[in-house]
Design a binder for this molecule. Structure first.
Ligand code: ATP
Ligand code: MG
Ligand code: MG
Length: 370
């Protein structure tokens, strides 16, 4: 059987590995952590730094295609790998998603809307009339996730102070928009430009981290179709190959803007593991192998709940998994991480029910009992 490779062996790499193994492929994982979740399932674990030239050469030489599980992978390492094997997504696409300035420029160039924003590269950029972007959020161009690297600012003075506090690094000042809700679309695109988009997830966050995804999102059918179409158009514009997650804001006035993208399967797509005809990790395998995307039909309304380290007891004791195990319509996924820490993604569970409202009610009740 062919061998597939992945940079990164965290929970996303782990779920990718399980999907690829189940589909009959061999898998090599490159991750410096000897206890990386994906190492339990991979055929080969290259336990080395992500930029290790020897490990990258082995990955490139032994794998029919290579992907990544995290967006801050070294884009040059991806480009280097592409000289030896198929790399999905490309280093160029990953580089765009790694930099909010590039990302927003690409979104707008594709004719798609974002919230109003100002690029702040230098002091001169922020010493202008900022009223068009206030109140706003100053976001670092690079390396922000789970709301880190962001400062909410109300006045020009606050914006300038925040930019200095962030070390004067490249940022965007984004106008704060009135959110009705947040949704995400996960699109799969092949090198032959075939695409498939999963049903939209409606996402709730807690402390800047995804908390709950509700599927299908409770939005009008026309708005859902528009979001799916935008995700496709963005993937086309990037000539993207693989699974791409696109986050949207639905504004109070009913309009839709793109917030950001992630060049990989996404936490808000974990519902697909239990609720769709094909899951997002199988789609990644299919795109890597030049197969048609699988069908994305939703088999049942679903609610996914993230399990952060916070639900562990103070003495490190395990939550009441028995309650989840005994719920006939809930599926528990634990990532096999040894240490629970507040804010650390340890697992998730998905509840399937005949209506979204039922699934949400039952999911919230189950979370309470943990
Ligand atoms: P992720 O972990 O999804 O990569 P991130 O750190 O890249 O998150 P964003 O998605 O940019 O951060 O923002 C985090 C959250 O902050 C959003 O999901 C949204 O709730 C809120 N937010 C961000 N930008 C705006 C905005 N312009 N107006 C209103 N709320 C916003
Ligand atoms: Mg982000
Ligand atoms: Mg986000």
């Amino acid at each position: 059987p062919a061998r597939l490779g992945i940079l990164g062996g965290g929970q996303l790499g782990c779920m990718f590995t399980v999907a690829a193994k189940t589909m009959g492929y061999r898998v090599t994982v490159l991750d410096p952590d000897p206890a990386a979740p994906a190492a339990r399932f991979a055929d080969t674990h290259l336990c080395a730094p992500y930029n290790d030239p020897v490990a990258l050469a082995e990955l490139g030489a032994s794998c029919a295609a290579v992907t990544t599980e995290f967006e801050n992978v070294n884009a040059d390492a991806m480009r280097e790998l592409a000289r030896h094997t198929r790399v999905c997504p490309s280093g160029d696409a990953v580089a765009v998603a790694q930099n909010r300035i590039e990302e927003k420029a690409w979104i707008n160039r594709a004719g798609l809307p974002t919230a109003p924003y100002l690029v702040v590269d230098t002091l001169a950029d922020i010493n202008v009339d900022l009223s068009a972007w206030l109140p706003g959020i100053l976001k670092t161009a690079r390396l922000g996730y789970d709301g880190k690297g962001q400062v909410r600012v109300a006045t020009a003075q606050e914006a300038r102070a925040a930019w200095a506090d962030l070390g004067g690094q490249p940022c965007v000042l984004e106008k704060r928009v009135d959110l009705a809700l947040e949704i995400s679309a996960i699109v799969t695109r092949t090198s032959a430009a075939q695409t498939a988009v999963f049903p939209l997830a409606e996402n709730r966050h807690a402390n800047g981290i995804l908390d709950v995804s509700i599927v299908p999102a409770r939005v009008e059918a026309t708005l859902a179709a528009a979001a799916q179409d935008m995700a496709r158009r963005l993937a086309d514009a990037l000539d993207y190959v693989g699974v791409l997650a696109v986050e949207f804001f639905v504004l109070e006035d009913g309009s839709l803007v793109i917030n950001e993208m992630a060049p990989r399967p996404h936490n808000s797509g974990h519902f697909t593991l239990d609720a769709c005809l094909t899951d997002q990790f199988q789609q990644q395998v299919r795109a890597m192998c030049g197969l048609l995307p699988g069908r994305t039909d939703l088999l049942s309304p679903a609610v996914m709940v993230n399990l952060l380290g916070d639900v562990w007891r103070d003495d490190g004791g395990e939550p009441r998994w028995d309650v989840l195990m005994e719920a006939p319509n809930a599926h528990l996924h634990l990532y096999g991480k040894a240490q629970a820490r507040p804010g650390r993604k340890m697992g998730h569970f998905t509840v399937l029910a005949s209506s979204v409202d039922d699934a949400l009610e039952q999911a919230m009740a189950l979370k309470e009992t943990l």
